[in-house]
Design a protein around this ligand. Structure first.
Ligand code: PLP
Length: 432
């Protein structure tokens, strides 16, 4: 089948079959691509070896449909390249490059897009390790970081300077699920880019891990690069780590070169389950999890021990109208995701933090369907409480100043029967 005929099928189907034709593997005989576990590849002649090296990092000039010459796993091999084709497809992007972890992908995109003297603008709340990367490491290379509240895009207009090269954010953001208006951000950046030459253009990068490509395709809203931790929703089963950058084809070579030299390549044995089990089942998992998350969020919202619930599907959510515009599935249905953030009551910040800890400890000891664990996007429901876990050393009042609600709990809804999740939550919340 050629690539054109394939257009009549839906994305759910595409995520199972990938591209109808790929040069990466002989699909004529395997129904499932085999695990390609070979660190090095036989070169038929020195000449073929030389050609392989010449072509690496220069694929933009290769004619379409040419079989790649594989040399060494760190440069490229079939499993991750088939996964990359399918990830680009899922995000409606031109190309994808995988990494050993989400952080591998995030550090690579900053590495490729910035140099000494440049500046990154990011949203004030971010995944913890991204925050650490920007705070602890990039200043050493004299790459500056400006943290602003991007939920108000006016702040971006004020923050952009001559030095700005990257605008970076998550939407929904970790852990509290703030939404950022993606289209508004890319429109503002476009305005600034109109006066800049090609090498000085500001790039917009989004970490789409929380939403997944099933719920949100930021490239269609003008974003340049999409990042995922494949460890989470796309991998889905909690067995393997991985990361990806999806973006314009003209950047593929430089990102591949960066990956070759910095070395954070995705292992073939991890690429395979993400491709065979994870991405293929993403739509069906997310559909079920969105349904369950809606029920859980509605339950929590009515609970007397809860002060507020942030879930993009709730009409009471601060960013509900925006969520309806930008979180939609491949068939244009509202798709508010599987992540919920809620806060438990307390007379003051310290008591809120303590109540959060109590709920966590009860869940850890007694709940069958909720696991106290970091990470998210698994078939099992996972919860964590930043106030008494990742940020426990910081006093409750200080946590508030840093934008962390000491009473806030993050819940990643899995595939269990939602009535069971609600039953376990109800028992846990009766402790406070
Ligand atoms: C987990 C996560 C990351 C980091 O991914 P790893 O695969 O753990 O390196 C980055 N961003 C978000 C939003 C995450 O949840």
């Amino acid at each position: 089948m050629n690539d054109n005929k394939e257009k009549k099928y839906s994305m759910e189907t595409h995520l199972i079959y990938g591209k109808a034709f790929t040069e990466k593997w002989d699909y004529n005989h395997h129904v499932v691509p085999p695990i390609s576990s070979s660190t090095t590849f036989r070169l038929d002649s020195a000449e073929r070896g030389a050609l392989g090296f010449a072509e690496f990092g220069n694929t933009c000039n290769l004619p379409n449909g040419e079989e790649p010459i594989y040399i060494y796993d760190r440069l490229g091999e079939p499993n991750k390249e088939i996964l990359e084709e399918n990830l680009a497809y899922a995000e409606l992007g031109e190309t994808a490059v995988t990494f050993a972890s989400g952080m591998g992908a995030i550090s690579a995109i900053f590495g490729v897009l910035t140099k000494t003297g440049d500046e990154i603008i990011c949203h004030k709340t971010l995944y913890g390790c991204t925050f650490s990367l920007l705070n602890n490491w990039y200043p050493r290379y004299n790459v500056g970081v400006k943290k602003v509240d991007l939920t108000d895009s006016f702040n971006l207009e004020n923050a952009i300077s001559e030095k700005t090269k990257v605008v970076y954010f998550e939407s929904p953001s970790n852990p509290n699920l703030e939404l950022i208006d993606i289209k508004q951000i890319t429109d503002i950046v476009k305005k600034f880019n109109a006066n800049r030459n090609e090498t000085d253009q500001i790039k917009v990068v989004i970490d789409n891990t929380f939403a997944t490509p099933f719920c949100q395709r930021p490239i269609t809203l003008g974003v340049d690069f999409v990042i995922h931790s494949l460890t989470k929703n796309i991998g889905g089963f909690g067995t393997d780590m991985g990361g990806v950058i999806v973006g314009p084809k003209k950047y593929r070579d430089v990102i591949m070169l960066y990956r070759k030299d910095f070395g954070a390549v995705l292992g073939t044995k991890s690429a395979w389950p993400i491709m065979v089990y994870g991405l293929t089942s993403l739509p069906i998992r997310l559909q079920k999890e969105i349904n369950s998350a809606m029920k859980v969020a509605e339950y929590l919202e009515k609970h007397p021990a809860i002060t507020y619930v942030n879930y993009p599907g709730l009409p009471s959510f601060k960013y509900y109208e925006l969520a309806k515009r930008q979180m939609i599935d491949y068939n244009e249905n509202f798709a508010p995701g599987n992540m919920i953030y809620f806060a438990v009551k307390g007379k003051n910040a310290e008591e809120g933090k303590e109540n959060g800890r109590k709920v966590m400890d009860f869940i850890a000891k007694n709940s069958y369907t909720i696991t106290l664990a970091v990470s998210l996007g698994h078939i099992r429901t996972l919860c964590e409480h930043p106030g008494s876990m990742t940020h426990s050393m910081i006093p409750a009042e200080e946590q508030i100043k840093e934008g962390i609600d000491p009473a806030g709990i993050r819940l990643s809804v899995g595939l269990e029967d939602p009535a069971d999740i609600i039953m376990d939550l109800s028992e846990a919340l009766s402790q406070i």
